[in-house]
Design a protein around this ligand. Sequence first.
Ligand code: NAP
Length: 292
Amino acid sequence: MINRLCIIGVGLIGGSLARALRGAQACAHITGCGRSEENLQRACELGVIDDYSTDIAEAVKGADMIVLSVPLRAMPAIFRIIDVHIDAQAIITDVGSAKSTVVQAARDNLHNNIARFVPGHPIAGTEQSGVEASFAELFNERRVILTPLPENKTEAVERVKKMWEAAGALVQLMPVDHHDEVLAATSHLPHILAFGLVDTLSKMSDRDEIFQYAAGGFRDFSRIASSDPLMWRDICIENSAAIIQIMDNFLQDLEALKQAIATADLDTVEAIFRRAKEARDRYTEQLAPSSK
Ligand code: NAP
């Protein structure tokens, strides 16, 4: 299906996509690109990619599908280089966790090639980073959101959709702004809370004792605070408008909960917890057994 795939950023997401497409025999050749030759060599040894270049212009030569899988703030400079080196048939997509600023960066830098850029975001990941952490099943039955541009031809969107379907994913289309609002609430805010809570506890004078007695609940809640700080820095800054809106909502509700606890308002505290439990129970019921 894909003749020559170029993955820029062979880490968790880029590496997993390469592995999945290779496993599905959906592409003939995979070229990796990144800054560190050591990482790319390791990706070759692991059989994730066939060859590599640290030179983006060289890596995209002859590619019919180019996937940007780098931190969000690295994307504008990469678009600028791709724009003048891309092959006539190539489609470009990305996996960035926020979409409005990526689309703006593409519009600013892709010039005549903007119609060939189909923005995307796989709703799958782990708190690990790097090619060693990548695995072929990461996208199995997971959603991938595409936020096509008005300029995109149907064929370009279809090619990106088919690529993700070959990797095992369920593809949905969504407007860019809606994507950023939904993901701010369901992914970005939870990561901010996990980072924030663990940071607060780590600054307390008795932190060693606190962490020693932390049990399963703390481990579950804090898992995503092990995620890559640079990647999450970029996501927060690049989706700040939607994130600040949902943070304001949350802070208001947290303040109300604090007041209810401070005034021993049993009914309000119980009602909040009951509402939350019902919502989470509904959410877990609709999950596939493998992701519960
Ligand atoms: P990762 O494991 O750290 O991989 C990122 C890769 O990008 C690395 O191989 C890195 O290699 C390369 N890179 C970084 N800066 C670069 C640059 N300026 N030019 C070229 N290559 C560069 O990160 P990831 O988790 O795969 O995340 C990649 C993208 O996926 C991000 O945009 C993130 O928002 C999105 N995403 C992540 C998840 C998740 O759960 N992790 C889920 C969905 C989407 P070098 O350092 O050698 O350059």
